[in-house]
Design a binder for this molecule. Sequence first.
Ligand SMILES: [Zn+2]
Length: 234
Amino acid sequence: MEDNHIYQYSLLNALMDGVSNTGISASELAKKGNQGLGTFAHMNGELLFLESKIYQLQASGSVREAAPTDLIPFAVTTQFSPQTTTDVHLKDKNDIDRALETFNPHAKNLFLTYRITGSFQYLKCRTVRGQEYEGQPLSELGKKQSVEEYEDVEGTIIGFRTPGNWQGFGVAGEHLHFLRGDCGAGGHVLEVRAESVRMGMAVASHVHMELPTGEDFNRAKLVTDDAGVKEVEG
Ligand SMILES: [Zn+2]
């Protein structure tokens, strides 16, 4: 992987359709850069990839390090090399967008990746609980996701943003996952507040997409459900 090239496995649309039986192995994914996010087979929890480790953020609130053979049905990664690093004050999630637009005035039309580290005053994270039956769509799982709130926690947020928060081709949209510094908890970030945290940012010039070859992917409708994505991804 070249610096700040994005690798994506499968499409968000396929995940919305419930395509999550198989995927790329955790050991293969770990070669695709130094940071990323995604989910696990049967959408069992959230994935956070940081340096050489892949973590499964579970709905129980605990975190496990992925086994090399674990299958990942959807992931976005990059070999992150920050082009700028600055201290940011986050009143809410919109301040992440503002920081990206200050870094690059054309950020709205670009693929971006970032990493935020430090002490967060408040975080609201969700974790999917896993499918109850084969092919259960993500939109349905969203209604039963576990939601956790954290106050005054140290940790790392890994994020990606696509042009115009565009999800039309099944790319990640605006997507960020959090891992507590002690690796004891984390999830998909719904809300964030921080007095001063360190934010590294980079423009990603290339996106490499790998699609599954399984029957469930071939059968997926791959329609764009913006409202459904918004509801479940926040
Ligand atoms: Zn997520």
